[in-house]
Design a protein around this ligand. Sequence first.
Ligand SMILES: N[C@@H](CCC(=O)N[C@@H](CS)C(=O)NCC(=O)O)C(=O)O
Length: 293
Amino acid sequence: MAIPWQQEFELYHCNESLCSQKARLGFLEKGLAFKSHHIMLCDMNADCQNLSPEHLAINSKGQVPTLVHNGEPVYDAHRIVKHIDDAHPKSGERLWPTEAPRQALADQWFQLGMLDDSRRLGTTFGTAIPVLTLPILAKLLERQPMATVAANMARHPVPMRRELFMRLREKGASELPPEVLEGALDSLCQGLATANGNLAEFGGPWLLGDFSLADITMMACFHRLQDVGLEAALQDPAVPHLSGYWERLQSRPSYAEGVTKWHDPGWRSAIEEIWGIVPSPLLDDVRRRLRTH
Ligand SMILES: N[C@@H](CCC(=O)N[C@@H](CS)C(=O)NCC(=O)O)C(=O)O
């Protein structure tokens, strides 16, 4: 189905969405321009642009990001980044490794880091990060009247998300089944230990030696760990390669341009209200688990 378009690349994305950050980082690292369509999400703000009929015609799940490439939609952040890399291999960074052994590892991170509805929340690195974000979403939903959230969620096309967001609005994030949080903390630590191992194996400076899509995944995920008060886990002696790596990621121009420039005042004030400047109460647990991986 062709979607109306004006520029080669048009990106439907949301400022603080982790998957949107990855897509924007991909464009910045490739040095490619895109026409921006900013879509406010129903779990962040009562505007709820992701569930408008116009947006559902572009993404039937009501999710961001969607890339429209010459009128053809491409879904899922990692697929979007790989797609633009394949379309313009010579522009900017080559984001998909060219040699077979690194390709296999890039593919592992592609799967492991993805926010994928077909996997249970918290069972992979990519689905663990959103679990840790639930307190922020609960705070943002709490600021919307119950009736508004109920009316918006009634038209959410993905039952799992509809139920999750309603539950967050009604009960907050603390009602999460304990095994989901347990699983998420374990998957997070497993992912951090693997990343630390990759940096040791290839000698850096990037996850697989040269900069790649896997680093884009990490940049967005580490930024989110900072949002949820768990950034100190990246300084833990059990994962000694991560702190320098995180500094290098933050010093790339794409980080400011694709991530921090898009900070949302509502999101930022929710973080302040929940954690302030203190680390998350989960930090000790994360540090303990890092030692066992
Ligand atoms: N598999 C998709 C997941 C996209 C996704 O879940 N996006 C979130 C924001 S990070 C979203 O649109 N949430 C709003 C909703 O589900 O209503 C990807 O990797 O891009």
